[in-house]
Design a protein around this ligand. Structure first.
Ligand SMILES: [Zn+2]
Length: 286
């Protein structure tokens, strides 16, 4: 369920930025990354909590203050060690704690999004996994107050057939749970099937999202993208855009035509290189 659209600095547009501290950043800290992102002329950065949240509360407040000063929108990628379909109750509880902790720290940073990979199927049929993930995610939401944190939990469209997170599953969770919105990973969508690499298919994804969640979803989108190498089982590895087959020109054109607003995070190996390429391409379109 989508709550009212938040605005960043009063102006809501489409921001481009890297997944983590830019490669070319002389300072490797989150704050150094924010300064560098601002210097490059990009608009956002996704903090990587993927190996656990290492940031404390004081540091998070300082990060939030700097991001606001520099006009950089932040999001966070939650830990990889999350499986809301784990067999053991303690693993589910630990996954829920990791999400809660990520949201609390992200909120202190002024971030409005925590992305996460929700679950693995563990060979269970997907229609059995969905209600389990939903219930366990609902328990997390019950312990958060969206009106206090302002943070969206965003299950990601994943890239491997073993991972929960088709576009349909992610949109359905977003429509049924308050405070949940999608992270649409276009590289993963492409890798899962080899499809979704033309203007018509990009447009169809955006249309499907709007149909399911309303216009608010396109006014508050969160996108991951990169070049990608894929095989029978989906994702193999991320590639730089220009070394891959991804049609980023038509991708940016679809974002422009649909007047999509929110964050576009580059997960290419060259991080800021492709964020800049996408931003440049997007701005060059009439
Ligand atoms: Zn991810």
């Amino acid at each position: 369920m989508l709550l009212p659209v938040y605005t960043m600095g009063g102006i809501m547009e489409l921001y481009f930025g890297p997944a983590g501290v830019p490669n070319s950043s002389p300072e490797r800290s989150t704050e150094g990354g924010i300064r560098h992102v601002a210097g490059l002329g990009l608009g956002c950065m996704e903090m990587q909590f993927v190996r656990g949240v290492k940031m404390g509360e004081t540091a998070a407040r300082a990060v939030g203050k700097l991001a606001k000063e520099k006009g950089i929108a932040l999001s966070a990628h939650g830990p990889y060690y999350i499986n809301l379909n784990a067999r053991e109750r303690e693993k589910i509880a630990a996954s829920q704690e990791r999400l809660l902790h990520s949201v609390r720290i992200a909120s202190l940073c002024g971030a409005r999004t925590v992305v996460f990979h929700a679950a693995f199927y563990l060979n269970d049929p997907p229609d059995k996994v969905y209600p389990v993930v939903k219930k366990n995610l609902q328990e997390v939401l019950n312990r958060l107050r969206f009106d206090q944190t302002g943070v969206w939990l965003r299950p990601e469209v994943t890239g491997k057939a073993t991972q929960f997170g088709t576009l349909e599953e992610v949109l359905r969770l977003s429509s049924e749970l308050e405070g949940v919105a999608p992270c649409i990973d276009f590289a993963h969508l492409h890798a899962r099937t080899g499809k979704f690499n033309s203007y018509a298919e990009f447009a169809a994804i955006l249309e499907q999202t709007e149909r399911k969640l309303g216009r608010a979803a396109l006014d508050n989108i969160h996108i991951h993208v990169s070049g990608i190498k894929y095989g029978e089982k989906g994702e193999i590895k991320h590639l730089n855009m220009t070394e891959s087959d991804f049609d980023y020109v038509n991708f940016t054109r679809a974002l422009k035509d649909f007047k999509v607003k929110g964050l576009v995070i580059s997960e290419s190996p060259n991080l800021e290189g492709d964020a800049l390429l996408l931003q440049r391409t997007y701005r060059s379109l009439g």
